[in-house]
Design a protein around this ligand. Structure first.
Ligand SMILES: *[C@@H]1O[C@H](CO)[C@@H](O)[C@H](O)[C@H]1NC(C)=O
Ligand SMILES: *[C@@H]1O[C@H](CO)[C@@H](O)[C@H](O)[C@H]1NC(C)=O
Ligand SMILES: *[C@@H]1O[C@H](CO)[C@@H](O)[C@H](O)[C@H]1NC(C)=O
Ligand SMILES: *[C@@H]1O[C@H](CO)[C@@H](O)[C@H](O)[C@H]1NC(C)=O
Ligand SMILES: *[C@@H]1O[C@H](CO)[C@@H](O)[C@H](O)[C@H]1NC(C)=O
Length: 424
């Protein structure tokens, strides 16, 4: 893993306040003696599920060249040129790359070995049921899999797993469970289909509560460490920059060229998510809920790309046309779209997803930097045997009195429901 740099971006006052709050009440570390990873989410984490779900007559971009060109050298179903954040996390824990749960035509659940981890993430998946979006006339052409579907798959998997593994409870307890990023597709579909901004804002709390519901279900089944990543800065993604291109220079951040109002939208989602995590920390004091700050881990790449080895932040590596090298009718892997010579110089891979190089920096920021709250302290297999005697150990948690938290949250809530975002 590349050397850590520290170029911390300036978070919004609200994010900052919440960060402080989270630090105050999360007076504990998640000890990283993880023996496996269980992942839920969308294309930011899918290692092949959607590719296996898809009928051969409905081809998928991520099943075609140049997807996978940098690392695997063939398309694996990952929406990138190489490894994803979850792949880097697995590697740093000394675990194999995560197997997609959907194993293709010949998959037989009881004949597969998921003892080091399993991935339920499906590209295109939403946090809410497909029917929720359909009510608003929003269409998901990728998949009908939601987070709820993934939770059902997990329950099916876990029941089968427990039949053959009497230690299945320990498996779950010593697993790093990653729920997300998820919910981003609701926003992607809605924003790209021109849904009114106010309507999209109204989805946020429903999305957060379903993410929270899933996390709590997992804890009730015995999960003990759950990381919940927030959304990326969508205002920096070529697809959003293209769709919401404007001649009003004021809408762009002069330091990054990103669209401010869209980034504020991501921060709004992330702020509500962190508040909800704070709430359930109180309900399940024996579990550890880690917030994965994908937003700031990614955001630091944009103002000073050179420090991270990038020459291009807002132009997609793989695509065609326009100021951002992005055209929704000619996506990466579809002619005339082509891939750039050196994806490691680009933050954006295909306009919506990031390159392996960018994902590596995000993972680095989570594992070694300040972007997990509480910190995900990982043990590489070497450190692991030296420092972590594999006892699941946790410091006592000290929460400030509930009234104090409630007071602070009420103050924050006023901020949120004020005229915070999406106005421009
Ligand atoms: C699935 O695999 C198990 C164990 O290898 C085997 O006993 C079972 O017959 C297989 N089921 C099917 C439907 O192939
Ligand atoms: C699954 O793989 C692990 C090592 O990765 C091994 O220890 C275990 O015995 C395997 N289980 C089965 C049922 O094959
Ligand atoms: C999703 O679609 C598949 C077929 O494409 C169908 O079998 C399945 O029942 C659908 N699931 C939901 C939740 O609608
Ligand atoms: C939230 O998740 C639950 C469980 O998966 C599901 O039953 C419910 O319909 C979901 N709500 C929405 C609005 O999607
Ligand atoms: C996008 O690509 C399509 C198909 O190649 C093409 O017809 C269209 O003109 C392109 N749009 C822009 C804005 O370049």
């Amino acid at each position: 893993m590349a050397h850590p740099f520290s170029t911390k971006p300036f978070p919004s006052p609200i994010s900052f306040a919440i960060l402080i709050l989270a630090l105050l009440i999360s007076n504990k570390h998640a000890y990283g003696c993880y023996k496996s990873i269980i992942s839920f989410g969308d294309s930011l984490a899918d290692t092949g599920n959607l590719l296996h779900i898809r009928q051969p007559n409905k081809p998928l971009e991520s099943g075609r060249w140049p997807y996978g060109e940098t690392f695997f050298h063939f398309p694996t179903g990952r929406f990138s040129d190489g490894r994803l954040v979850v792949d880097f996390i697995a590697q740093s824990l000394g675990l194999p790359f995560l197997e997609p749960f959907i194993g293709g035509k010949n998959a037989n659940l009881s004949s597969r070995n998921f003892s080091k981890g399993v991935n339920f993430a499906v590209a295109g998946a939403t946090a809410l049921d497909i029917s929720f979006l359909e009510k608003y006339g929003i269409f998901n052409s990728q998949t009908n899999v939601s987070l709820g579907t993934q939770l059902d798959w997990f329950k099916e998997f876990f029941a089968t797993f427990c039949n053959t593994n009497p230690d299945c409870k320990i498996f779950l307890q010593t697993s790093l469970i990653i729920v997300g990023e998820i919910g981003g597709n609701e926003y992607n579909y809605a924003f790209m289909q021109g849904t009114d901004r106010k309507v999209i804002e109204s989805f946020v709390s429903a999305i957060i509560s379903n993410i929270s519901f899933t996390v709590q279900e997992l804890v009730k089944l015995g999960a003990s460490t759950v990381m919940v990543p927030g959304n990326l800065p969508i205002g920096c993604l070529p697809c959003y920059l293209s769709y919401y291109k404007t001649s009003d220079g004021e809408e762009y951040d002069p330091k990054t060229g990103c669209l401010n109002w869209l980034n504020r939208f991501s921060e709004y989602h992330n702020d509500l998510l962190q508040m909800e995590l704070n709430r359930i920390r109180g309900l399940y004091p024996h579990a550890t809920f880690i917030y994965g700050d994908y937003y700031n881990a990614a955001m630091r790449l944009y103002p000073s790309p050179n420090k991270f080895g990038f020459t291009n932040t807002l132009r997609a590596c793989c695509g065609v046309g326009g100021p951002y090298n992005y055209n929704a009718s000619a996506m990466c892997s579809t002619p005339p779209a082509t891939s750039c010579n050196d994806p490691s110089r680009y933050v954006s891979w295909d306009g919506l997803h990031l390159t392996e190089a960018a994902y590596r920096w995000i993972a680095q920021g989570l594992l070694e930097g300040p972007y997990t709250i509480p910190h995900i302290r990982t043990c590489s297999s070497k450190v692991y045997s030296l420092q972590c005697p594999c006892i699941y150990y946790r410091r006592e948690t000290t929460y400030p009195p509930k009234v104090v938290i409630n007071r602070i949250q009420t103050i924050f809530a006023r901020f949120f429901w004020g005229d915070e975002m999406g106005q421009s």
